[in-house]
Write a protein of this length. Structure first.
Length: 363
């Protein structure tokens, strides 16, 4: 066989081995990614209570030639009335019971915010609503601090609060932090409005919107590459079972043309059977090989005449192969890995697509 023919056969075999390696990697990563995504998208079974400042508005006494505003609270004139909107939410994956709040001689240590460090005086506070019905909560004012007493808070429950103050408590990003003492929560959590992009929270991660989009752009390559590999594998499998007539005939003709024509008839026949077997996908290659080996040698037949007969016999045997024989040419391991790549591509497409929607909606 000519060196160039052997090189092409070797390149084809090497490409198939590389494809198998890629599929093995993707097939292994698929379940790992699916499990990681499942665990990551589930709320962590831990307790977490977050106090979030939502907004701050102020009304100030003003006087001018054409404008006069007087701020009254409880029938008393004040210089400035500030309203702070906040939210208390169970951001963990476990419920918070009222009994989880530490009880001391001075009472339970519910979430409280002390405005003593500011120049404002707390006037009152109100519970303005909750995201779910039947959430028990009340707000109390004592010593220029606000205390929010609550009952059971299941994961995702939140309570909205409005605090009214006399004076200016300062910028919303520097308002006092919440304090509480609740079993299972090692530290308090206070959240302020973002000064830049709104953070997009996916699973247990929080990142700026621009970084989230960059991560999603890279993650989008996973489903695309998975679907591409699936198509490549099934295309290879189809061509193995139903090889293109012209290409297969040309391949048989090419490898047979490289035979050593100075060899004896038996050696020439053995060479032809061997190179056809090495060039075609199995087990169809064995049928073509058997067809050449079963040829009856003709006395004084020229090498070119035998090669023509071998080519016709191999091509005829190849395309007379029954469906069962053709299906045997398909590598079952590659089909399994290709199917895993398809399933992983579909799952990744759904996850990444949903993350894209959430990221865009979070603009």
């Amino acid at each position: 066989m000519r060196p160039e023919s052997g090189d092409k056969v070797g390149e084809t075999a090497a490409w198939r081995e590389r494809l198998k390696l890629l599929l093995a990697v993707f097939g292994t990563l698929g379940p790992i990614i699916a499990i990681a995504a499942f665990l990551g998208l589930q709320p962590e079974k831990r307790k977490a209570l977050e106090w979030e400042y939502v907004a701050e508005t102020s009304v100030v006494n003003a006087s001018a030639s054409n404008l006069s505003i007087t701020v009254l609270y409880g029938g008393r004139q004040i210089q400035q009335l500030t309203t702070v909107s906040a939210r208390l939410a169970n951001t963990g994956g476990a419920p918070i019971q009222e009994t989880d709040v530490e009880s001391t001689a001075g009472g339970r240590k519910y979430p409280s915010v002390d405005f003593g460090s500011t120049k404002a005086k707390v006037l009152n506070c109100d519970i303005t609503g909750s995201n779910r019905p039947n959430i028990t909560a009340s707000c109390a004012v004592a010593d220029n601090s606000v205390r929010l007493e609550h009952g059971l808070l299941n994961p995702g429950d939140s309570i909205s609060v409005e605090i009214r103050l006399e004076g200016d408590p300062g910028d919303i990003h520097h308002l006092p932090r919440v304090t509480y003492r609740i079993a299972g929560i090692p530290s308090e959590s206070t959240r302020y409005p973002s000064a830049g992009d709104t953070p997009v929270r996916v699973a247990l991660l929080s990142m700026p919107l621009a970084l989230e989009w960059a991560v999603l752009a890279v993650a989008s390559a996973l489903p695309i590459s998975s679907l591409f590999l699936f198509g490549a594998v099934y295309r290879t499998a189809y061509q193995a079972a139903f090889p293109p007539l012209s290409k297969t005939t040309d391949l048989i003709r090419q490898v047979l043309a490289g035979l050593d024509k100075n060899a004896g008839p038996a050696d020439l026949q053995a060479q032809a059977a061997r190179v056809v077997h090495a060039s075609l996908p199995g087990p169809i290659d064995r049928r073509a090989q058997s067809a050449i080996e079963e040829l009856v040698l003709v006395v004084n037949e020229s090498p070119d005449a035998f090669i023509n007969r071998a080519e016709a016999a191999a091509s005829s045997a190849l395309y007379r192969s029954p469906l069962r024989e053709r299906l045997k040419a398909i590598n079952g391991f590659e089909i399994v890995l290709g199917s895993l790549a398809l399933l992983m591509g579909i799952a990744a497409s759904l996850v990444v697509g949903a993350a894209w929607v959430r990221a865009v909606a979070g603009r």
